[in-house]
Design a protein around this ligand. Structure first.
Ligand SMILES: *Cc1c(COP(=O)(O)O)cnc(C)c1O
Length: 381
C-alpha cells in the first residue's frame, strides 16, 4: 500500500505559521462572534462568525487542499453538511443515491426532502448500468457512498463521473469511509465531496462535524451561500479541535487499514462467521476497483454470523471493543446496523440489501490488533 507522504506533511503542518505576532505553532482559536470594522465601508475580511471566522478559514483551506478542491465548508455535523447540499435542489428535482448508504442520509431524503418535493431513487451504484437506468428527465444529481455502508460495495468513481458529465448531473461522493488520505474523488471527476467529520477526520469519537468540498469555484460559492444563509457552521473551538485531529490522519488511516485487513483475515477463518465484507479481501467484488481508485481499503469490516443470537452475544460480551454507533475513531466500535444505524430503512428493503439481524459492522480502531482479535475471539466463544 502506498501512502502519500506529502499529504501527511500538509496534514501535520495545517494551521502552523498562522500567527506571525506570536509565532504560535498551534492555530489560534478566534471565538469572537463579531469583528470590529476599521471604518465605515471597511472590513478586516471578517464581519460576523457565521459568514466567516479565521479559525474556520484555516480548517476549510486545509480541507479544500486535502481533497484537491476549490473551496470547503465546515459544518456542525455530517447531516448538516448533507442537508445544506440538498438545499441546492428544487421541488420536482430527482437524485440517484447508493442503496448501500448511511441510514441518516436515507432518512433525511425520505422524511424531510421528500416532503419538499425532492425525490430519490436508490440503486446499486457498484453497477454503472443501474445508475444509467435510473436517470429520468428531472434527475439532477448522483450521490454515491463508496465504500458503501454497511456492506462496503465499491462504486467506480471515474466511470460515474463520465456518465454524470454526459447527462449534466452533479456528482456527489460521500468520502467519509476513506478520507482524502486514501481516496480523492474530486481528482477522479466528482463535483462535490461530503464528509461526516465526526468519523475518521476527527478520529477520536469526541467531535461532531461535517464537511463539503467543491471542485469548482462557482459551486464552491453556491455552497458557501447556502451555508451562510442557513447557518449550520462549525464553531471556532470545534474547528480548532478538528485541525488538531487532522494532524495525525495519515498515521491513523495507515494503522486502521493494517488492523482491518488482519481482523478481516482472522474473521474469514472463524467457523461461526459466514461472510466477511471488506474491500481488501481478494474475494470482495470491489477489490480490484478499490486498488485502482484508492490508496487503501479503510478500517471498516462487516461480517455475518451464523445466527442473530450469536450477533447479540458478541455485542454483550465484547469488552475492549465498545458496542456503540459511529465509526472512524481510534477506539474500536461494533454495531448491529439493522437495529442501530439503519433502523430507518424499511425491513424488507434492509433484508433485500443483506443488512440482516446477524450482520455486525466493526470499526477497527488503532489498538494493538492482537487485542482486538482476542476480544472478538472470547466474545464469539
Ligand atoms: C455518520 C455518517 C454521516 C452523518 O454524519 P453525522 O456527523 O453523524 O451527522 C453521513 N455519511 C456517512 C457515510 C456517515 O458514516
Amino acid at each position: 500500500m502506498i501512502f502519500d507522504n506529502s499529504l501527511a506533511t500538509s496534514l501535520v503542518q495545517l494551521g502552523v505559521d498562522r500567527d506571525p505576532q506570536t509565532g504560535a505553532i498551534s492555530t489560534p482559536i478566534h471565538p469572537s462572534a463579531t469583528f470590529r470594522h476599521p471604518a465605515l465601508g471597511q472590513s478586516t475580511g471578517y464581519d460576523y462568525t457565521r459568514s466567516g471566522n479565521p479559525t474556520r478559514d484555516t480548517l476549510e483551506e486545509g480541507l479544500a487542499s486535502l481533497e484537491g478542491g476549490h473551496r470547503a465548508c465546515a459544518f456542525s455535523s455530517g447531516m448538516a453538511a448533507l442537508t445544506t447540499l440538498l438545499l441546492h435542489f428544487s421541488a420536482g428535482d430527482h437524485v440517484i443515491v447508493s442503496e448501500d448508504l448511511y441510514g441518516g442520509t436515507y432518512r433525511v431524503l425520505e422524511q424531510v426532502f421528500g416532503k419538499l418535493g425532492l425525490s430519490a431513487s436508490y440503486v446499486d451504484t457498484s453497477q454503472l448500468e443501474a445508475i444509467g437506468a435510473a436517470i429520468i428527465d428531472k434527475t439532477k444529481a448522483v450521490l454515491v457512498e463508496t465504500p458503501g455502508n454497511p456492506l462496503l460495495g465499491v462504486a467506480d468513481i471515474k466511470s460515474i463521473a463520465t456518465l454524470c458529465r454526459r447527462h449534466s448531473l452533479l456528482f456527489i461522493v460521500d468520502n467519509t469511509f476513506l478520507t482524502p488520505v486514501l481516496q480523492r474523488p474530486l481528482e477522479l471527476g466528482a463535483d462535490v465531496v461530503v464528509h461526516s467529520g465526526t468519523k475518521y477526520l476527527s478520529g477520536h469519537n469526541d467531535l461532531c462535524s461535517g464537511v463539503l468540498v467543491a471542485r469548482d469555484p462557482e459551486l464552491g460559492e453556491r455552497l458557501y451561500f447556502l451555508q451562510n444563509s442557513t447557518g449550520a457552521v462549525l464553531p471556532p473551538q470545534d474547528c480548532w479541535l478538528l485541525i488538531r485531529s487532522l494532524k495525525t490522519l495519515a498515521l491513523r488511516m495507515e494503522r486502521h487499514c493494517q488492523n482491518a485487513l488482519t481482523v478481516a483475515h482472522w474473521l474469514q477463518q472463524h467457523p461461526d462467521v459466514t461472510h466477511v465484507y471488506y474491500p481488501g479481501l481478494k474475494d470482495h467484488p470491489g477489490h480490484a476497483l478499490s486498488q485502482q481508485q484508492a490508496r487503501g481499503f479503510g478500517g471498516m469490516v462487516s461480517f455475518r454470523l451464523k445466527s442473530p443470537s450469536l450477533a447479540r452475544q458478541v455485542l454483550e460480551k465484547v469488552t475492549l471493543i465498545s458496542f456503540a454507533e459511529s465509526l472512524g475513531g481510534v477506539e474500536s466500535l461494533i454495531t448491529l446496523p439493522a437495529v442501530q444505524t439503519h433502523a430507518d430503512i424499511p425491513e424488507s428493503e434492509r433484508l433485500r440489501l443483506g443488512v440482516c439481524d446477524s450482520l455486525l459492522r466493526l470499526s477497527v480502531g488503532i489498538e494493538n490488533v492482537n487485542d482486538i482479535i482476542a476480544d472478538l475471539e472470547q466474545a464469539l466463544a
